[in-house]
Design a protein around this ligand. Structure first.
Ligand code: ADP
Ligand code: ZN
Length: 809
C-alpha cells in the first residue's frame, strides 16, 4: 500500500504529492488526513497523508517507508482535504501552508499521546492479548514509546485496540501550560453489576443506593465535587464505594475552559419582528430542503441580525446538524460570546485569539470530537472540522479581517461559500454595510438579498450631525472638540447618560513636525513618518519597530520649533479632563488592553456605569450594546479617506455607520456628532442619512470609471528587494510577461512604486492586474513564481502574489 503525502517543506519543487510505502503495522490504521513523519532526502520531515492507494507510478522498490504516524485519528476530514486543493489553487499557495492553516497552532508541533483503556470498557472485557498487555504495563502508556520500542506483537495489538475502540489515545498538547487536575470517579462495574450490587445493600444504606442509582443512569466519569452536589452525598459515602471497588477514583485533567465557572442563564428564542421573520423564513426553507444558497442579510445596526443568526443556527441543530459563525476578531466581544453561550450552552466552542494555544486546541478538539455543534470564532474558524454542517454565518461580512494577509491569502467568505456548497446548506453574509462586491452580487441575483431597514421595537436610528471643523477653526476654536460636541457632552454628563468617543487609529497617529522648515521625523529604514508614543516618550516606526528618542532641536534646520501633531487617545483623554475636570473616562486602546481579560473588564466597568465616556479606537466600533449610550462622538471622521486605497471611501462609510450604531439602541434616543474637514464627501453625507443604497450607487459609479472591483477582479504582484534596480528590473519583466500572455482586454498597470516605497530597507514595486474573464490567469501566475523561485532562494528578491488584495500599500 502507498500513501501520497504532502511534506512540510515549503518550496516550489516540493509542492506536490510524494509516494511512500505504508509499513505493515500501520496498514490497518493509516487514514487520509493523518500526519506522518517521513524520510525526505537526508532529513526526516512531517507531512500529511492526502491519499492512500494500491499502486504508484514510481518504482515501488525505490519508495521509502513512512517512519511514524503522528496522529492516531486524522485531524483533517476528507472534506477539508478536498477543500485544501481548491484553496491552494485559488490563492497560489503551497499546499502544506493550506493544510497547516486548517489546524490549531498547537498542532503544528509534535505532541505526546497517551494510551488509555477506553473508559466504557473494563480491562477484563478486552481481547485476551490486550488484557495481558495492560496487566503487564501501567494503565497509562506513551504511544510513541510503545511504537518505537515495543515488539511487533505489541505494536499490532495497539493498532488493533485502536481500531476496535478498546483503546483511547489522548493527545497531550504540550504548550508549557501547567495542567489542572481534579479528583473524579467512575463506575468500575457494568450496569448489570451495579444493579446486583444495589440489591445487596440494605435500605439503611440509602446514600450508597443514591450513588449507585446515579451511575446506573449515567455510567460516566464525574468530578467528586460535582457528584456530591448532584446526588447530595458526602465524600465519605463516595469513599466507601471506592473502597468496596464499585467506583474507581482517579485524577483527571480538566479542560482549560476559558469560560469555566461562569454561569450563563439560558435564554429562549425571542418572538421575531416581521422583518426578522421575513429574513429568516427563506433561510429556514433552504435548510429544510437541504439546499445551498448564499444570503446577503443587510440589516441596519440594531435591526436584530444576531437574533436571526441564533434562530437559524437553532434550526440547524434541531435538524441534527452543526453551525459555524464567524465574527471579526474585534467584535468577538464578551457580549457576543455571552449571547451564544446563553442560547446554546455547552454546545458552543469559541475560537478566540485571546485564548492560549492550549485553550484553542481544546476548543478545536471539542469540535473534532463532536462534543459541540456550534463554532464561533474569527477568520480561521471557517475551517472548523465539522462533518455535517447545516449553517454558516459570517457577521460583518464587509470586514477586511476575513482576508488573511499572509500566505495562504484566503478569504473566509470564499471558503464559507465553498463549504456551504459541499454540505448543501445556506450561508448568511450579514452586515449593516455590505461590501460592494457582495451587494453587487446580491443585485445580480447571485446572492439572495434580505433586508431589514428598521431597528427592533421601532427604535429610531440616531440623529447624525456633521460638524465642519474648518468652521470651528475660523471661529477660533483650536480644541479637538467642536462647540456642539462639547455642549452635547456637557448635557450627557448632567443627565448621567453615557457616551462613546471614537478616534480612528489608522492615519491619525501623532507625528512630529518642525514648524520652521517642515521637517517630519521619518524612519531611516522605511519611507514613512515615525509615530510619537507618549507613554515612554519615544518615536516608533509601525512597520519595522525602529525606535528613537524624539529630538529637542530640529535635525534639519536646528531650530527649536519642533512640535507634536495629531492626537492619540491619551491626548484626547487629557483634553477631556481639562474641559470637564470630573469626567470619568474609560480608555480602550492597544495600551490599556494588553493584558488578557482587560478588554472585558473595561467594558464591564463601563456597562455598570463606572465611566461617563468610553474612549477608544477601532475596538469600540462594534458589537457594543449598552442601553445608556445616547451620544457618539467621532473625532476625525475623514482620517481614513486619504489613505491611498480604492476602498478608502467604502471603509470610511462602513466604520462611521458602525460607530454611529452604538448610540440609542434602546429606549433613550441617540445622537451622533461627526467632526470632519470634508463635510461634503458622499461617504460622510450618506452616513447622516443612514443611506447605504445611495452610498453604494455613487461608489459603484466611481469603481466603474476607475475599473476597480466589483467591475473588475484584481490581482496585485508585490516585488521587493534590497537592491532598488533589481526590484524595478524584475517588476518590468513581470509586467512584460503578463502583457504578452494575458488577453488584450485585461489591464496591466506597472511597474509602479508602492505607496510606501520602502519598508525595512527593502524597495517595493507593484504590478496591478485588472481583469474580467481570464482563464489563463492561475497558470500564468504560477509560471511567474516558477521563473523567480531560484533567484528568490539565492538573493533578497521577493515576489508575492495576492489574487484578491485588500492591502494596497
Ligand atoms: P444587530 O446585530 O442587527 O445590530 P442585535 O441583534 O444586536 O442587532 O439586536 C439589537 C437589540 O435588539 C438587542 O438588544 C437584541 O437583544 C434586541 N432584539 C433583537 N431581536 C429582538 C426581538 N425579536 N424582540 C425583542 N428584542 C430583540
Ligand atoms: Zn521603519
Amino acid at each position: 500500500m502507498i500513501a501520497r503525502v504532502i511534506v512540510d517543506v515549503a518550496t516550489n519543487q516540493t509542492d506536490r504529492l510524494f509516494d511512500y510505502l505504508i509499513p505493515a503495522p500501520f496498514i490497518d490504521t493509516i487514514l487520509p488526513g493523518m500526519r506522518v513523519v517521513v524520510p525526505f532526502g537526508p532529513r526526516k520531515v512531517q507531512g500529511f497523508v492526502l491519499e492512500i492507494g494500491e499502486t504508484s507510478e514510481f518504482d515501488i522498490k525505490k519508495l521509502k517507508p513512512i517512519e511514524e504516524l503522528i496522529d492516531v485519528e486524522p485531524p483533517l476530514t476528507n472534506e477539508l482535504l478536498d477543500l485544501s486543493f481548491w484553496v491552494k489553487d485559488q490563492t497560489l499557495s503551497f499546499h502544506i501552508g493550506v493544510l497547516k492553516v486548517m489546524l490549531p497552532a498547537a498542532m503544528r508541533a509534535k505532541y505526546k499521546k497517551e494510551v488509555h483503556p477506553h473508559p466504557d470498557i473494563s480491562i477484563e472485557d478486552m481481547s485476551p492479548h490486550l488484557k495481558t498487555f495492560f496487566k503487564q504495563h501501567d494503565s497509562v502508556l506513551d504511544w510513541d514509546e510503545l511504537i518505537k520500542k515495543g515488539t511487533d506483537l505489541e505494536r499490532k495489538l495497539l493498532m488493533e485496540g485502536v481500531k476496535k475502540q478498546e483503546l483511547r489515545i489522548i493527545p497531550i498538547v504540550g504548550t508549557g501550560e501547567t495542567k489542572k487536575k481534579r479528583n473524579a470517579v467512575r463506575p468500575a462495574f457494568s450496569k448489570k453489576e451495579l444493579e446486583q450490587f444495589k440489591s445487596s445493600l440494605t435500605s439503611q444504606a440509602k446514600k450508597q443506593i443514591d450513588l449507585v442509582d446515579y451511575f446506573i443512569s449515567k455510567p460516566t466519569e464525574i468530578s467528586v465535587v460535582e457528584l456530591m452536589e448532584t446526588t447530595q452525598t458526602s465524600r465519605s459515602t463516595i469513599n466507601t464505594l471506592v473502597q468496596k471497588g464499585v467506583l474507581v477514583q482517579e485524577e483527571v485533567e480538566i479542560r482549560r475552559d476559558p469560560y469555566e465557572g461562569r454561569k450563563f442563564e439560558r435564554t429562549e428564542a425571542l418572538p421575531l419582528t416581521e422583518e426578522q421573520r421575513a429574513a429568516l423564513n427563506p433561510i429556514l426553507n433552504k435548510m429544510d430542503k437541504g439546499e445551498h444558497e448564499t444570503f446577503l442579510l443587510r440589516g441596519v445596526t440594531g435591526s436584530g441580525k444576531t437574533e436571526v443568526y441564533l434562530q437559524a443556527i437553532d434550526r440547524a441543530l434541531s435538524l441534527g446538524k452543526e453551525a459555524i459563525m464567524l465574527v471579526p476578531e474585534i467584535s468577538l466581544t464578551p457580549q457576543m460570546v455571552k449571547r451564544f453561550k446563553e442560547r446554546f450552552g455547552s454546545e458552543v466552542a469559541v475560537l478566540h485569539s485571546a485564548l492560549s494555544k492550549g485553550e484553542k486546541y481544546d476548543e478545536w478538539r471539542r469540535i473534532r470530537d463532536k462534543k459541540v455543534r456550534v463554532a464561533v470564532g474569527a477568520r480561521s474558524a471557517i475551517f472548523a472540522p465539522f462533518e455535517n454542517i447545516g449553517m454558516i454565518i459570517i457577521d460583518e461580512e464587509h470586514e477586511t479581517s476575513y482576508k488573511q494577509e499572509e500566505a495562504p491569502r484566503y478569504h473566509a467568505r470564499d471558503v464559507a461559500i465553498k463549504r456551504g456548497g459541499y454540505y448543501k446548506c445556506p450561508v448568511i453574509l450579514g452586515s449593516a454595510t455590505p461590501s460592494l462586491e457582495s451587494f453587487a452580487r446580491a443585485q445580480k441575483g447571485v446572492y439572495h438579498l434580505l433586508t431589514m431597514e428598521k431597528r427592533v421595537n421601532n427604535v429610531q436610528l440616531p440623529v447624525v450631525n456633521i460638524i465642519d471643523m474648518r468652521e470651528e477653526l475660523k471661529k477660533g476654536n483650536r480644541s479637538m472638540f467642536s462647540e456642539s460636541l462639547t455642549e452635547a457632552m456637557r448635557s450627557r454628563l448632567e443627565k448621567k447618560e453615557q457616551m462613546v468617543l471614537f478616534l480612528n487609529r489608522r492615519g491619525y497617529s501623532t507625528f512630529i513636525l518642525c514648524r520652521d522648515c517642515g521637517y517630519v521625523a521619518q524612519c531611516p529604514h522605511c519611507d514613512i513618518s515615525l509615530t510619537y508614543h507618549r507613554t515612554n516618550q519615544t518615536l516608533q516606526c509601525h512597520y519595522c519597530n525602529h525606535i528613537e528618542t524624539p529630538p529637542t532641536f530640529c535635525p534639519s534646520c536646528e531650530g527649536d520649533s519642533i512640535r507634536f501633531f495629531g492626537s492619540g487617545t491619551q491626548k484626547v483623554e487629557e483634553e477631556l479632563q481639562k474641559v470637564f475636570p470630573d469626567i470619568r473616562v474609560i480608555r480602550m486602546d492597544v495600551d490599556t488592553t494588553k493584558r488578557k481579560g482587560s478588554h472585558e473588564k473595561l467594558l464591564d466597568r463601563f456597562g455598570s456605569g463606572e465611566g461617563d465616556v468610553l474612549l477608544g479606537t477601532q475596538m469600540i466600533a462594534k458589537g457594543l450594546d449598552f442601553p445608556n449610550i445616547t451620544l457618539v462622538g467621532i473625532l476625525a471622521a475623514d482620517s481614513m479617506l486619504h489613505i491611498p486605497d480604492f476602498r478608502s471611501s467604502e471603509r470610511t462609510f462602513q466604520l462611521l455607520t458602525q460607530v454611529s450604531g452604538r448610540a440609542g439602541r434602546h429606549e433613550k434616543a441617540g445622537e451622533v456628532i461627526v467632526q470632519t474637514y470634508t463635510p461634503d464627501h458622499y461617504s460622510i453625507v450618506d452616513v447622516k442619512q443612514h443611506d447605504y443604497v445611495s452610498f453604494y450607487q455613487r461608489e459603484m459609479q466611481l469603481r466603474k470609471q476607475a475599473a476597480y472591483p466589483p467591475y473588475y477582479f484584481l490581482t496585485l504582484i508585490h516585488v521587493s528587494d534590497t537592491d532598488l534596480t533589481n526590484a524595478i528590473r524584475v517588476t518590468e519583466k513581470i509586467c512584460h510577461y503578463l502583457r504578452e500572455n494575458l488577453s488584450p482586454t485585461t489591464l496591466i498597470f506597472g511597474p509602479a512604486a508602492s505607496s510606501i516605497p520602502r519598508i525595512k530597507d527593502r524597495y517595493r514595486y507593484q504590478c496591478m492586474i485588472k481583469y474580467k474573464v481570464e482563464p489563463k490567469m492561475i497558470k500564468v501566475l504560477q509560471e511567474i513564481i516558477k521563473t523567480y523561485q531560484g533567484e528568490m532562494a539565492r538573493t533578497d528578491l521577493s515576489v508575492l502574489i495576492d489574487t484578491n488584495p485588500y492591502m494596497m500599500m
